[in-house]
Design a protein around this ligand. Structure first.
Ligand SMILES: NC(=O)c1ccc[n+]([C@@H]2O[C@H](COP(=O)([O-])OP(=O)(O)OC[C@H]3O[C@@H](n4cnc5c(N)ncnc54)[C@H](O)[C@@H]3O)[C@@H](O)[C@H]2O)c1
Length: 281
């Protein structure tokens, strides 16, 4: 069992949703937290709640797509605590909502930049420190879209399949090299957070969301994102404590995983039928 007491745990995207819930649950379990987010205000809220639990927190505004900043941040965290044991590469965006025919290339750059390269940046920056700790753990957040392709989510799915491939490769390397670092991929199903608010995200980027994008994010928020973020964090940390290489969060994530593995050729037809029924595409 991995313990959390006294461990230094890094959480990216800690200003909201699953990242904030992870920081709080890590604090409850006795870890020292390094929390970061591009959203300074959200991060300040997390820091306040972590301190209220009596835990130690180092917080920093950080954009995970800024590779030099992530490398400098890893050194800062190591200098601050003297050691780093665990990194949770969690920061992510949904960001598309259009089909491949209509998506701009810029959407792929943006979504893959945060969701895939953000994870690669965080992993590479912290890996030497995790190895040096003698008891390291990399936890990378993918999605059920790390094994299920879906219409109008091609950038998101590409990024999350990518996180899975990157993380599973890293795991084989740590095992082959007998490095003291466990490696876990997390596949959440629907968790009640801000992730699907495509409209809001698009507006932040100066892009006017279409009516179809707004309708899609409403359906996600009302029907599909059900599990409280605190429950997701508990499932993730129980899996990390047990040393699980692959954590599926929620019954939806487990059902989809089984379905895709049992019917790899059939599943796209079923997904297309559900898409037409639910979203009227
Ligand atoms: N909520 C779900 O249903 C669900 C399902 C599967 C996977 N996930 C994954 O879980 C992770 C957390 O998402 P969430 O649901 O908590 O969403 P969220 O929007 O509530 O939180 C994401 C956080 O990441 C931060 N962020 C975005 N871009 C960033 C950047 N460039 N640098 C640093 N921080 C950045 C945001 O400011 C935000 O605080 C994401 O990787 C997401 O893809 C979520």
């Amino acid at each position: 069992m991995t313990s959390f007491t006294g461990k230094v745990a890094v959480v990216t995207g800690a200003g909201s949703g699953i990242g904030r819930a992870l920081a709080l649950e890590l604090a409850r379990r006795g870890a020292r937290i390094a929390a970061s987010d591009v959203d300074t205000e959200g991060l300040a809220g997390t820091a306040e709640q972590v301190r209220a639990l009596g835990a130690e927190i180092h917080s920093a505004t950080l954009n995970v797509t800024d590779r030099d900043a992530v490398l400098g941040y890893a050194d800062d965290v190591r200098a601050h605590f003297g050691v780093v044991h665990q990194v949770y590469n969690n920061a992510g965006i949904s960001g598309d909502g259009l089909c491949v025919l209509d998506n701009d290339f810029e959407v792929y750059d943006r979504v893959l930049g945060v969701n895939l390269f953000g994870v690669i940046n965080g992993t590479k920056a912290f890996l030497p420190h995790l190895i040096a700790s003698g008891d390291g753990h990399v936890v990378n957040i993918s999605s059920l879209n790390g094994y299920l392709g879906q219409p109008t989510l091609s950038a998101y799915c590409a990024s999350k399949f990518g996180v899975r491939g990157f993380t599973e490769s890293l795991r084989t390397e740590m095992l082959a090299g007998r490095h003291p670092v466990r490696v876990t991929t997390v596949h959440p199903g629907g968790v009640k957070t801000n992730i699907a608010s495509n409209a809001a995200i698009a507006e932040q980027n100066g892009i006017e969301p279409t009516a179809a994008q707004r309708r899609r994010s409403d359906i996600y928020n009302q029907k599909l994102l059900r599990m409280p973020a605190a429950t997701a964090a508990t499932v993730i940390l129980d899996g990390v404590a047990a040393g699980s290489p692959r954590i599926r969060v929620g019954r939806d994530a487990k059902t989809v995983d089984l379905f895709v593995r049992l019917f790899p050729k059939l599943y796209p037809r079923v997904v297309a039928r559900v898409e037409r029924r639910v979203f009227g595409a």
